[in-house]
Design a protein around this ligand. Structure first.
Ligand SMILES: *[C@@H]1O[C@H](CO)[C@@H](O)[C@H](O)[C@H]1NC(C)=O
Ligand SMILES: *[C@@H]1O[C@H](CO)[C@@H](O)[C@H](O)[C@H]1NC(C)=O
Ligand SMILES: *[C@@H]1O[C@H](CO)[C@@H](O)[C@H](O)[C@H]1NC(C)=O
Length: 449
């Protein structure tokens, strides 16, 4: 619990610590005892005082501090959100080619983050309506949902994204470096086929850190992109009454469960086999996407809460919503997905709240889980309760949410200067393109990438 609840102390670069001190350091070599002492004190002032960082999220009595370096002391950033009426093609990416798909229908399910993040930014106090003042630019798109509902096919999605980007002089100015996109599913940015040509410098928000099983390249880049939590059913994350309440540990029927479709995946099939061998330890029925074997929403969580450990094996891709859901029925998530990337690693130590087990050792898993004392399980669950607010797409006015987590991560990407290989500047601070045309007269369609 210590590292989640204690306030961390940080080194702050002290403005008194300047070049004079470096010069002073040389002078010390020949200086007298007195001088030495004076410099000594001022050198110490380069390291002291430590600043107590107060920017912490508080939930259920715990607190999580955002690290200091590179993030600033306060959230302070300006995000411009493109409007569907402003950019030709954006409407199609949000509502399909006929404009018939409603945002409400795209809000539900594990991929609802594409809509939720857009809505939260529209209401955000960090939103700016002036592009000239923006640090970052958010490009809304509900394209995962639109594609699922037949609103656009892959080819149209690709072409529409390219059209949209060509309408944006600011995208051209930075080569996309200050533009933010959400890709909410396992495909990540691959939803946009030519992402590698057009979005390879942009900031991508995605729950998926890996897609190397089906493609040669992963669209996720640890240093540029941001892992976001999947969208958990609102009925489980709301304050007060939840759809299904957690059970006391002693009342849980199973040691572990896995409730999902096998999808022909080795790890999942192994779990289903294991459950046949140890039916009173592991609940892992072979679930179906539809038909009588499909679990309803409430039923699903009622099963999920009935074990101490909730297994989260890799499926079509490496991230799984089950990992996040586990925290709301209060079972300990056990990740069986070697390539997984997890959100907010700068504030969460995942060893405190979860287990990651090699997917190549599933045969020994139950034996290991059985060896873990209940006290340890209780502690892990308690620590998980302190951080789970970071999985919830709540208003930024809440003390802790995925929204705030994402804003802090975005803040680290803010740069004062926006440029690309096709951006130039003159003595009078005019930004121009290769033809020396000034930025304000760059007219779409812009050349890309
Ligand atoms: C995506 O669209 C662009 C512009 O129409 C095109 O040049 C590119 O080849 C397309 N990519 C794929 C993979 O089809
Ligand atoms: C991004 O795409 C451009 C255009 O295809 C390419 O020139 C560049 O090398 C790519 N950058 C990275 C980091 O992949
Ligand atoms: C900056 O300098 C260029 C080249 O001399 C000139 O064409 C342009 O009008 C100037 N821009 C401003 C805003 O003064």
């Amino acid at each position: 619990m210590a590292s989640l609840t204690s306030k961390h102390k940080f080194h702050t670069p002290n403005s008194v610590c300047t070049r004079t001190h470096q010069v002073g350091a040389l002078a010390l070599v020949v200086a007298t005892f007195f001088v030495t002492r004076i410099f000594d004190q001022s050198f110490n002032s380069c390291n002291y005082p430590y600043r107590e960082v107060k920017r912490s999220f508080v939930d259920n009595g715990g607190s999580i501090s955002w690290p200091d370096r590179g993030y600033g002391f306060d959230l302070f950033l300006k995000i411009y959100v493109y409007d569907e009426r402003e950019i030709d093609g954006l409407k199609e990416l949000m509502r399909g080619r006929n404009g018939k798909i409603t945002p409400e229908s795209c809000l539900k399910g594990q991929w609802g983050t594409q809509v939720k993040i857009h809505r939260l930014l529209l209401q955000s106090k960090f939103r700016t309506l002036e592009k000239e003042k923006a640090d970052l630019f958010f490009v809304p798109s509900y394209v995962k949902c639109v594609r699922m509902m037949g609103g656009l096919n892959d080819k149209e999605i690709n072409q529409t994204y390219v059209k949209v980007l060509s309408q944006m002089p600011y995208f051209r100015r930075s080569g996309g470096r200050d533009h933010v996109f959400v890709f909410p599913s396992g495909a990540g940015a691959h939803l946009f086929r030519s992402w590698a040509t057009f979005l390879n410098r942009s900031i991508i928000l995605t729950p998926e850190g890996d897609r190397t099983d089906k493609r040669d390249t992963s669209a996720f880049n640890t240093w540029k992109d941001i892992i976001i939590p999947g969208n958990i059913d609102d009925g489980m994350t709301k304050h007060g009454a939840t759809l299904v309440q957690p059970l006391p540990l002693s009342k849980r029927k199973y040691l572990a469960n896995y409730l999902g479709r096998a999808q022909g995946k080795v790890g999942r099939l192994q779990l289903i086999e294991l459950a046949k061998k140890f039916p009173d330890k592991l609940e892992s029925p072979e679930l179906k996407l539809s038909g009588p074997d499909k679990l309803g929403r409430t039923e699903y969580f009622q099963h999920l809460r009935n074990a101490k450990f909730c297994l989260a094996p890799r499926g079509e891709s490496s991230w799984t919503l089950r990992f996040y859901e586990s925290f709301f029925v209060e079972c300990v998530p056990v990740i069986l997905s070697d390539q997984v990337e997890l959100p907010f690693q700068n504030v969460i130590d995942y060893t405190e709240i979860s287990i990651k087990w090699p997917s190549t050792r599933i045969g020994q898993l139950l034996e290991y889980l059985e060896s873990i004392p209940d006290e340890d399980i209780v502690e892990m669950i308690a620590r998980g309760k302190l951080v789970r607010c970071l999985w919830v797409y709540a208003s930024e006015t809440e003390p802790c949410s995925a929204t705030l987590g994402i804003l802090w991560e975005l803040q680290r990407k803010v740069r004062k200067f926006h440029q690309s290989a096709e951006t130039f500047w003159l003595h009078n601070r005019s930004i121009v393109n290769r033809n020396l045309e000034e930025f304000h007269s760059w007219k779409p369609p812009m050349p890309l990438p």
